[in-house]
Design a protein around this ligand. Structure first.
Ligand SMILES: *[C@@H]1O[C@H](CO)[C@@H](O)[C@H](O)[C@H]1NC(C)=O
Ligand SMILES: *[C@@H]1O[C@H](CO)[C@@H](O)[C@H](O)[C@H]1NC(C)=O
Ligand SMILES: *[C@@H]1O[C@H](CO)[C@@H](O)[C@H](O)[C@H]1NC(C)=O
Ligand SMILES: *[C@@H]1O[C@H](CO)[C@@H](O)[C@H](O)[C@H]1NC(C)=O
Ligand SMILES: *[C@@H]1O[C@H](CO)[C@@H](O)[C@H](O)[C@H]1NC(C)=O
Ligand SMILES: *[C@@H]1O[C@H](CO)[C@@H](O)[C@H](O)[C@H]1NC(C)=O
Ligand SMILES: *[C@@H]1O[C@H](CO)[C@@H](O)[C@H](O)[C@H]1NC(C)=O
Ligand SMILES: *[C@@H]1O[C@H](CO)[C@@H](O)[C@H](O)[C@H]1NC(C)=O
Ligand SMILES: *[C@@H]1O[C@H](CO)[C@@H](O)[C@H](O)[C@H]1NC(C)=O
Ligand SMILES: *[C@@H]1O[C@H](CO)[C@@H](O)[C@H](O)[C@H]1NC(C)=O
Length: 871
């Protein structure tokens, strides 16, 4: 135990002594104390009146009231890794005909499924800046999961947000901008849940790098750390940056949230009462259930009272056959450590989320696929080769989603440079160069969890993957287009066939299109020394040399980049022989068709969802790659809210392409900004109290009734809610069994009395105080297409809050508008109270400061032609 500890929140609240939060944090770092997380208890219970949840609550209450304790525990506890067909399953309730609930990855399609689609990455979807398209993508993803019998889709992702450009999983999320990510979260959650499955906003929170996210994984790489990485985040930064998009997900009615592997201020995310009880459930009014990331639970009763509702995959570590919950949770309720209301609240949150998304727990369609085999027959309990039966019905769930995927990847491709070579129009001779244009010799799914970089990069690696039903390579689609146009076409699908390449691109009339990529993924796979996180920001496989070599010879070189984030283009981007540069993100199964649509001007491109810095250092943040044995790695988010463009604007470090930037095949002119103030009135802090904690049904306290029933023949290593002995100490298999709650739970952890509502919380309003979302200003601007082709413009609205610690500008609204040549369209944006507020760490509420504020409208974070005062 630490004898002295300072909570970052407390420190930040006295930050008036410092010139800036950054200075305050620097001060902290020079101390020999660790950041700590304030306790916050009791864990909030569901609100029967919560907006959008009333109906689901009533149904769930009636349902949960009939359940026994063991049945409720079954809902909360996974059956163990590979214990059933999905990546996560909880126990069933045979008495009422409720089958096991199925949780499945997720963010680009049904992981491990056959006959499923592979959608674009979240980051590529963000690059479309198209709310409707992001919704349709989410809906398509939801429909495919629904069609396989899945109940909970483990996405979308707002953590990582993208604090560090090298972050391995940034592609799964949307953008380092919290507003763009918040829109991505809300649209995707709504789309998924409209399809009749529960969405899961993950990973909550501060999960910004892969290195040191798990002790075992780190030990395997020679770092004998004692605890998982602690993301040390101050209260203001938490609210203004990392929590923001989760608030949008909660406001959109998300049914579940996944707590992350990392610690936050030295408390594990899945037992951190500050983030789960306080921020998520109390302040944001989250009504759904919190599930752990796989093996991210590290305690039993402590995680229960800190706000965790479901443990995944249920065992303490993969395939131990033991659980912090299951038997232990049954015992903990019976011996009075965990109050009944807490288990009742876990159960009602899980069941209400099903009802909210139109799923009747007693009438769930069967799970018709299997994560652990593509065969028709297999073991139902794959971990222990038990229960051989039909496990896969090979249901084709793809419907018409290919067209959504093609459109998303094309509209999310960013045109970074074009000196006139694009769009292509029946070119005489096209030469496509580079391995990234062609197939993986092992096939599109040839590498386990896509853990390699061979052929075109259609998907990055890790658990956020799905198996391609096909992958249209750039080479095949561009060749098909060439054949249609009677264009001569040749490709060299290697980065290392220089003499053949040279022979081709030095010929007259050639348009050379060079493809190169940079990959990353989840920390359990290391590809070429990239342990999840990228080890550098350059292109892979000598992509830079290939581009330099081709462009040194060919005066019409077009570069296409597939990547999981920015790469350094500094050395070659301004070579005049490079006539165009495109970032095609992580496009999914229609890759080649999408890039062809943009190169040939059939689809209008998107805008960059992150900044392209000139150097690695120019971002001001980096991965923590190294740790000292015997310590818990400490990662201080000392830059505060200054990540990506906020940092470049503040530190004035060099960049090549700014956040929000992207060309089209036409030009636009902005004029006539108009600002109209509404009369929203003054902000009213929320007052009042919750109800007292309800309980549903009664608990049978006779331990002998929890012995394994005669009609259950236990599967080896499977997690059950039952006990093996009427001696609880024996049943718990825990040498320290018998500790009373007072010995290890914090004060108030079991308090069931009515609790005061937070001033920043919404009264029955998921998302926070409802007045935060009041529109304070309407802003309009005219945009004229001054070129000669129809194209989509993405007008962006930024504000400056005016204070010395505020970013120069911050994105607050945007739209994507199709405008014909010569025509003028009106952009309509709004500014809410939240958009103009700062988090006040003393008042613990959002406050609009008295600094003069401005609104800007323009084409990117650095091209803001229109400005007006907000009076
Ligand atoms: C809990 O789930 C398991 C596995 O599905 C099942 O065998 C058991 O009967 C369930 N327990 C109760 C009390 O329903
Ligand atoms: C850290 O511990 C590992 C064993 O887990 C060992 O292989 C490694 O050499 C140690 N590193 C240092 C710097 O002592
Ligand atoms: C109960 O939890 C403890 C850790 O708190 C663990 O050691 C023990 O194995 C668990 N018991 C069962 C039956 O899973
Ligand atoms: C109650 O059960 C839990 C879970 O097995 C255990 O950790 C705790 O020590 C027990 N407490 C008492 C007082 O029996
Ligand atoms: C092809 O190249 C030749 C030689 O440089 C040039 O004269 C001709 O105009 C080019 N034709 C086209 C269609 O680019
Ligand atoms: C960056 O990493 C990639 C992938 O591991 C590698 O191919 C490339 O050579 C590295 N770049 C540099 C400059 O070392
Ligand atoms: C551009 O290409 C021409 C050949 O067409 C070559 O002579 C020249 O050096 C190249 N320029 C650069 C900056 O690479
Ligand atoms: C990592 O840290 C260890 C222990 O402090 C040190 O010996 C080693 O040189 C560091 N490695 C790198 C690559 O910085
Ligand atoms: C890792 O460190 C612990 C002490 O923190 C030590 O007991 C253990 O032996 C170390 N493991 C290895 C593989 O060095
Ligand atoms: C409880 O007993 C059953 C049946 O003997 C056995 O399969 C199971 O592994 C035991 N579970 C625990 C947690 O001890």
């Amino acid at each position: 135990m630490r004898s002295t500890s300072i909570a970052l929140a407390v420190l930040a609240s006295s930050s008036s002594a410092y010139a800036s939060p950054i200075e305050a944090l620097n001060e902290l770092h020079s101390r020999d104390t660790l950041a700590s997380s304030d306790p916050y208890y009791p864990s909030p219970w569901m609100d029967p009146q919560a907006n959008g949840w009333e109906d689901a609550y009533a149904k769930a209450k009636a349902f949960v009231a009939q359940l026994t304790l063991a049945e409720k525990v079954n809902l909360t506890t996974g059956v163990g890794w590979e214990g059933e067909q999905c990546v996560g399953n909880v126990g069933s309730i045979p008495r009422l005909g409720v089958r096991t609930l199925c949780m499945q990855d997720a963010p680009v399609g049904v992981r491990f499924g056959d006959y499923v689609s592979v959608f674009t990455s979240g980051q590529t979807a963000a690059a479309t800046w198209d709310r409707g398209l992001i919704y349709r993508r989410g809906r398509g993803i939801g429909e495919e999961h629904k069609g396989k019998g899945i109940n909970v889709v483990l996405g979308p992702v707002a953590g990582p947000l993208g604090r560090i450009p090298e972050g391995g999983r940034n592609w799964e999320g949307f953008s380092p901008d919290p507003v763009l990510t918040g829109v991505g979260m809300a649209q995707t959650v709504t789309g998924i849940q409209d399809a009749g499955v529960v969405a899961c906003a993950k990973h909550f929170i501060g999960n910004e790098q892969e290195h040191f996210r798990q002790v075992g994984e780190s030990q395997g790489r020679g770092f004998n750390i004692t605890g998982t990485l602690s993301s040390n985040i101050d209260d203001k930064t938490m609210h203004e940056l990392y929590l923001w998009p989760f608030a949008d997900a909660v406001r959109a009615g998300v049914g579940s949230v996944m707590c992350s592997y990392n610690q936050i201020n030295n408390s594990h995310a899945c037992q951190n009462s500050k983030i789960l009880n306080n921020l998520l459930k109390d302040e944001l009014g989250f009504q759904g259930f919190v599930m752990s990331d796989w093996q991210a639970q590290h305690s039993g009763a402590s995680s229960a009272v800190a706000g965790l509702d479901m443990t995944m995959p249920g065992d303490t570590e993969f395939n131990t056959g033991l659980s912090y919950w299951g038997t232990n949770l049954t015992l903990a309720v019976l011996n009075g450590t965990v109050p009944q209301y807490r288990v009742d609240d876990m159960a009602i949150r899980i069941i209400a989320s099903l009802y909210k998304t139109g799923q009747n727990p007693t009438d769930l369609p069967p799970i018709n696929f299997d994560s652990w085999t593509k065969n028709t027959y297999g073991y139902l309990h794959a971990a222990v080769n038990s229960g051989y039966q039909q496990v896969n019905w090979h249901v084709d769930v793809r419907a018409n989603h290919a067209s959504i995927i093609r459109e998303t990847a094309a509209k999310g491709t960013v045109l970074l440079k074009n000196t006139g070579s694009l769009p292509l129009n029946k070119p005489k001779f096209v030469a496509v160069i580079g391995e990234d244009a062609g197939p993986n010799p092992a096939g599109p799914n040839g590498c386990d969890n896509r853990g390699c970089d061979q052929g075109t990069l259609g998907m990055a690696w890790g658990s956020g993957t799905a198996d391609f039903p096909y992958l249209v390579t750039p080479d095949s689609a561009l060749q098909a287009q060439a054949l249609k146009d009677n264009t001569r076409y040749e490709s060299v699908l290697s980065n290392y066939q220089w003499s053949a390449t040279q022979g081709l691109i030095s010929q007259a009339n050639v348009t050379a299109i060079v493809f190169a990529n940079a990959d990353s993924g989840e920390g359990f796979i290391d590809v070429d020394g990239n342990a999840g996180d990228r080890k550098n920001l350059t292109l892979w496989k000598n992509g830079d040399d290939l581009i330099k070599n081709v462009s040194s010879i060919c005066p019409n070189t077009i570069v296409v980049i597939h990547s999981t984030g920015p790469v350094l283009v500094t050395d070659w981007y301004n070579n005049p022989n490079i006539t165009a540069i495109l970032w095609a993100g992580i496009p999914g199964q229609e890759s080649g068709n999408s890039i062809t649509d943009v190169l040939y001007g059939k689809t209008s491109p998107g805008r960059s969802p992150f900044t392209w810095g000139a150097t690695r250092e120019s971002y001001g943040t980096d991965i923590m790659y190294n740790a000292t044995n015997g310590t818990t790695p400490q990662q201080d988010f000392s830059e505060g809210v200054f990540i990506d463009y906020r940092y470049f604007d503040k530190a004035n470090t060099p960049l090549i392409y700014e956040f929000g930037y992207g060309l089209t095949y036409t030009t636009f002119e902005y004029s006539n900004i108009q600002v109209q103030k509404t009369n929203a009135g003054a902000y009213k802090p929320t007052t009042g109290q919750t109800i007292a904690a309800p309980t549903f049904g009664t608990v049978d306290t006779d331990l002998s009734h929890y012995l394994f029933p005669a009609d259950v023949s236990p599967v080896w290593q499977y997690i059950y809610p039952f006990v093996n002995s009427t001696d609880p100490a024996v049943a718990s298999k825990d040498p320290s069994y018998g500790q009373s709650p007072a010995q290890f739970l914090p004060p108030k952890a079991t308090d069931a009395t009515a609790q005061p509502l937070l001033r920043s919380a919404g009264k029955s309003n998921p998302g926070g105080n409802r007045q935060l979302y009041d529109v304070l200003y309407h802003v309009t601007a005219d945009i004229k297409n001054t070129g000669s082709v129809t194209a989509d413009e993405v007008p962006q609205l930024y504000v400056s809050l005016g204070g010395p610690d505020d970013p120069k500008v911050q994105l607050r609204d945007f739209d994507r508008i199709r405008i014909d040549p010569g025509k003028t369209a009106t952009f309509r944006g709004t500014i809410t109270r939240r958009d103009l507020s700062n988090w006040d760490v003393v008042q613990q509420d959002w406050v609009v400061s008295s600094y003069p504020k401005k609104v800007y409208v323009g084409q990117s974070s650095r091209k803001l032609d229109l400005v007006a005062d907000l009076n």
